[in-house]
Design a protein around this ligand. Sequence first.
Ligand code: ZN
Ligand code: ZN
Length: 366
Amino acid sequence: MADLYEMLGVAREASADEIKKAYRKIARELHPDINPDPAVQDKFKEVTAAYEVLSDTQKRQQYDMGGQGFGGGQGFGGFSDIMDAFFGGGGNRGPRARMRQGQDALIRVQVTLAEACFGTDRELTIENAVVCPTCTGSGCAKGTSPSMCQVCKGRGETQQIQKSFLGQVMTSRACGTCSGFGSVIQEPCRECDGEGRVRARQNIPVKIPAGVETGNRMQLAGRGEVGAGGGPAGDLYVEIVEEEHEFLVRDGDTLHMEVEITFAAASLGTKISVETLDGQSEIAIKAGTQTGSTIALKGHGMTRLRSSSRGDLIVHIVVMTPTKLSREQEKMLNEFAKSRGEAAGGSTTKGKNQSFLGKFRDSFGR
Ligand SMILES: [Zn+2]
Ligand SMILES: [Zn+2]
């Protein structure tokens, strides 16, 4: 069956009133009482079946969703003449739509930490189902259209009368000849084999917002797979995968980095320049800085999603102990130790230092 809206000559967003008017107009021309020609009557039945669906809010919704729930082949009842539909009768049956809602699709996209922080524009190349350009979804060869199924007369179901001691029982089931569609494509479109859709490569521009992180999904409505019969496309989900940064470690909207300073710099204090996502940033190292102490660079962390505010960058200081000393340096350090009354040895580190090492050992591979 062709698109029901097309059969009535109305837009997809037509109001119930517009649909009724359109149908009345066609019915006046095609009604069997006026025009008994069998070909015209077939057409009349098709249009009436289309009206039956589109005039019923619930059925129309089902059809718009892709036709699930149509012509399930259940239900008992008398032969509902097509005229029943015209006069408001008829049950919840009818041919099922060829058009089906398309599937959702998922694509993963890798972003750098900077892209995750500031957002970026990407063009994704994906291969998915699109409406067949040759038949625009009808599945029919050029110049042809589906013809009414001769077995079920367009009902999409066949009915059997079974005699039992209770009397006659009527059962319906989906028509095997037309698979319940009520119509048969005699000459399928060669490009899509009657599917109404083909696979094609598409370039889709995507705006990745600032503040995303691994696992975040963006939903692009209607950019998924087109359904059978050229049915409405599902959604495309773009899942973020954040690449590991060379030296920045992310924890929500906070970033961490480790900076090594010399023993002398830690003792005397200095200014150093560190590389952040925003470029070089100068930080002051206070005299007497210990390994494990931290300096927060406000607003140099990650952007918070759906906000312009940013977290902090925490710089973890590691004081480097010299491994090779010249004789001269060794002598100076010995004198330095003596002057402070220190001997070889040390004391157990507590609290802060230990937790820092524990927390970042894994992150920094130490
Ligand atoms: Zn086609
Ligand atoms: Zn049939």
